[in-house]
Design a protein around this ligand. Structure first.
Ligand SMILES: C[S@@+](CC[C@H](N)C(=O)[O-])C[C@H]1O[C@@H](n2cnc3c(N)ncnc32)[C@H](O)[C@@H]1O
Length: 173
């Protein structure tokens, strides 16, 4: 019994150290987009079969797996936490999905063919990502941001969630 609890505590400490380590690099905690948020986003989103969809800081890429149901053309996710990235990749492979998850810093990725970009990050990283996005993507690209706002840019559409502070903003480049 003693060794069981000792192993459990060691495991928890390892997980904690791992998460702190990843946070040190990304400055963004891993929090998954809630299904209720994603459902409302997709109810308000018109995805075409020619659209290339990017999820920057994709975690387990739930946004992309949903976009795949709408037969989007390319589905790319980038995630810096190796364990979360591998989990997403295994999930994609088990589902025989077209979603491509890369264990890579999205700030080092070329976004020029993106039609839709999804962001759920933290405010300062959203602003930094926007500086990159606006330089690289073509006019007309849709940028969807969960909870944060892009400073100085008017949203085309904002979805609210009753009894919460959550919101989703749709921006057109
Ligand atoms: C709040 S989570 C959102 C996960 C997923 N997009 C979702 O909505 O369920 C943000 C994720 O972005 C990742 N991340 C932060 N900065 C990154 C970067 N520069 N490149 C790749 N991934 C990054 C973090 O590791 C974290 O898992």
């Amino acid at each position: 019994m003693f060794y069981f609890f000792l192993s459990l505590i060691l495991l928890l400490l390892l997980v904690l150290a791992y998460n702190i380590g990843v946070y040190y690099f990304t400055r963004v905690p891993h929090v998954r987009s809630k299904n209720s948020r994603l459902e409302k986003i997709f109810a308000n989103l018109d995805i075409k079969k020619t659209d290339n969809v990017y999820e920057l800081g994709c975690g387990t890429a739930e946004f992309l797996f949903l976009a795949e149901k709408y037969q989007a053309a390319k589905l790319y996710g980038y995630e810096l936490s190796p364990l979360i990235c591998w989990y997403g990749q295994i999930k994609a492979s088990l589902r025989k999905s077209r979603v491509k998850i890369k264990c890579q810093d999205f700030f080092k990725v070329d976004l020029k063919d993106a039609d839709i970009v999804y962001l759920f990050l933290v405010n300062n990283v959203v602003q930094k990502a926007w500086q990159k996005i606006k330089k690289e993507v073509k006019p007309g690209t849709l940028v969807i941001v969960l909870n944060d706002e892009i400073e100085g840019l008017e949203a085309e559409k904002v979805l609210k969630f009753p009894q919460t502070e959550a919101k989703v903003s749709f921006y057109r480049v």
